[in-house]
Structure formats: structure tokens, C-alpha cells
Design a binder for this molecule. Structure first.
Ligand SMILES: [Zn+2]
Ligand SMILES: [Zn+2]
Length: 347
């Protein structure tokens, strides 16, 4: 397996971000990323995707309806390769039109808990009856940051010591994801939503957060049986294939580089990795390995069924269902959420 680490969902000066494309690429290179995916608001910027030094830049779009009565329904569009914002007023039409062009999309920040105090608003996904989207971003860093803007002291703590307050996906997102997984394969991604905007807190001003910082936080680790070739179309298929197929995991790499985290499931002569499906013909053996000691938790249909504090864990089962792994690191006497894998399906 080849593993490529990338940061999905950021903005540049083409919409409301503060970095130019060149600055964002330079930040990604300093952060050691393999790929980044631009998703500016309601603008598809063609012609930029490709290899820029060591970083593969892909261009998507974050589409929403600016005229909506209640803001929400931000949709991350990938691989449509053309402007899609003209379909923003109806989320189902948007989803369908993206698919007609061979693209796919993820709900950008399905739940939010914004405090209005510093001018932020909740922009959750609102139309849950839609179908045909690929999956969800279960951990959007800037949505989580916004949730801490409840008072001036809380905001300052979040702004100056984000590592103390950033915890992981909102429980309601994980619950929704587990619910969706009961009826359909629903891949998840993690995203930064980097804008690099400077916030004002009284007399203080602080950029929240620099791109390079965010590119070291919530990343997506794409897994592929094939390596990058250096050719744009080929390498794009690898990244988008991993995202669409759920062959990857979300890691808060600030707590420790999660490269090398793996899950496999074996049953008889079948063996699959993250995103795969095995049929329940005999016992299924899960093997989980972590590059760093962590509390590894096996989640079956939304409930934890096994855990161990280790770098290697086995879990044997005869139960069908949706298995995903969470990992937490013990840092400063606290368990910190670190890795969320996409599921393996036992059918
Ligand atoms: Zn958004
Ligand atoms: Zn965004």
C-alpha cells in the first residue's frame, strides 16, 4: 500500500482566503504534504491543478447558495472539472449535476456549533433528504474552532492555544455518520477549511490560522495500491479514488505523524484494507497497526466493542456490520483524538 497525505478544503484569494495559490502551495510543501485540494467558494479555478514541486494540487470547489434564507448546505465538489455554482440553489440538483459530469462531493461541515459573538454563524448541512453525495467531512478544523468562540476568554484560549481546545469530530457528526453507514457506504474525509483570516479580539489581532499550521492538523491519508507516477491524471485518480472509495483515514497529525496507520480484515482467503468489504464466511480477523502507541478502539455499528493501548492489535469476530477504528493518544494525561479510519464492511 502507498500512502499519500493531503489537506482537503482550503480557500485562497480567489474567494475569501488570504493566501495566493503560490503561498498555499509553499505552505503545503513546508508542512510535508503530498497533495492539497483547493475548494474556493463558488468559483472553479481551472488550469492550476498539477504537480508544483513536491506537492500535487487538485482543484475542487465549495458550492453554496449565497441567497439561501438560512445559510448552510456547503458542498465540496471534486472532479467535476467545471463551474458548478449555478446549481447552488437546489442541493439535490447540484449533487446530481456533479455526478453527471463524473464528479463527486462531500458535505463540507454537516453540523456546526457557532457562537455568534465574533461574527460567526452556524452553516450546517440542512437538507438531509438528499441522496447521491459521496460522503461527509466528519472533522472540519475551522468549524470546531468556531465552536469555541463563546466568550472572550474562551476565544483567546482557542486562538492562542488551539492545541488545548481542539478535540475531534462533533459527537453528532459521528452519530450521523454511523447512522448513514447502516444503510449505505458513506466515506468520510477530514478537512481544514483554511482561510488564514485575521480575527480581532478587542485590541488583539490574530491570524487564525496560518495555512502551514492548518496543513499540519486535520489531514486525509489516502491509501492506494499504486504509487503516484508524476502524471496529473493518473495521480488525481489515486487521490480521488481513495476519497470516493473510503480508502483512507483522517488524522490529526499535530499529535503525531500517523503515516503507517493500517487496518486489515482477513476471512478465509479474503484480505481487505480500509474501505474494503469482506463476506462473513468464517471468523474475521482484524489487524490494526499504529506507528505510535495509541488507544485503538474498534467501533462496530457505532458502538465500541474492543480496545487496547498498543501499537498492534487483533480483533476476531463472527459479527457482520460496519467496523471502523478510532485511535487516541495519551498526551498531558488526557486522551486526545488522533485517527479515524473509514470503515471495513463485513457482510
Ligand atoms: Zn463552508
Ligand atoms: Zn470552506
Amino acid at each position: 500500500m502507498y500512502e499519500y497525505v493531503g489537506n482537503i478544503h482550503f480557500h485562497t484569494t480567489a474567494s475569501d482566503g488570504t493566501a495566493t495559490m503560490e503561498e498555499a502551495i509553499a505552505a503545503a510543501e513546508r508542512a510535508g504534504l503530498d497533495f492539497i485540494i483547493l475548494t474556493d467558494h463558488n468559483v472553479y479555478v481551472p488550469g492550476l491543478d498539477g504537480w508544483h514541486g513536491k506537492v500535487l494540487l487538485l482543484v475542487g470547489e465549495e458550492v453554496h447558495d449565497p441567497a439561501a434564507e438560512r445559510p448552510g448546505n456547503h458542498y465540496l465538489v471534486f472532479d467535476a472539472e467545471e463551474e458548478m455554482s449555478q446549481f447552488a440553489s437546489d442541493p439535490q440538483t447540484l449533487i446530481d449535476e456533479v455526478r453527471l459530469r463524473g464528479g463527486f462531493g462531500f458535505l463540507a461541515h454537516p453540523f456546526e456549533r457557532a457562537a455568534e459573538r465574533f461574527g460567526e454563524h452556524e452553516i450546517p448541512w440542512r437538507d438531509w433528504q438528499v441522496t447521491g453525495y459521496a460522503g461527509l467531512s466528519i472533522w472540519n478544523y475551522m468549524s470546531e474552532f468556531k465552536a469555541h468562540l463563546t466568550s472572550l476568554p474562551a476565544a483567546l484560549r482557542a486562538a492562542y492555544f488551539p492545541q488545548c481546545v481542539i478535540r475531534g469530530p462533533f459527537p453528532e457528526i459521528l452519530a450521523k455518520w454511523d447512522e448513514l453507514l447502516q444503510t449505505r457506504h458513506t466515506p468520510a474525509i477530514g478537512t481544514s477549511d483554511a482561510h488564514g483570516i485575521t480575527y480581532k479580539f478587542g485590541l488583539l489581532r490574530r491570524q487564525l490560522f496560518p495555512y502551514e499550521y492548518l496543513f499540519r492538523t486535520v489531514n486525509y491519508h489516502a491509501l492506494s495500491e499504486e504509487p503516484f507516477s508524476g502524471e496529473l491524471d493518473h495521480d488525481k485518480r489515486i487521490v480521488y479514488g481513495a476519497m470516493r472509495g473510503g480508502h483512507g483515514f483522517i488524522a490529526y497529525d499535530l499529535l503525531g505523524d500517523a503515516r503507517g496507520f493500517r487496518v486489515t480484515a482477513k476471512a478465509g482467503d479474503q484480505e481487505v484494507g480500509i474501505g474494503g468489504t469482506v463476506s462473513l464466511t468464517s471468523d474475521v480477523l482484524f489487524e490494526i497497526s499504529s506507528p505510535i502507541k495509541a488507544r485503538l478502539r474498534v467501533i462496530l455499528n457505532g458502538e465500541m466493542v474492543d480496545w487496547a493501548y498498543t501499537t498492534r492489535m487483533r480483533h476476531r469476530t463472527r459479527l457482520g456490520g460496519v467496523y471502523r477504528i478510532e485511535a487516541q493518544r495519551l498526551i498531558g494525561l488526557r486522551w486526545r483524538n488522533w485517527v479515524y479510519t473509514n470503515p471495513i464492511y463485513v457482510e
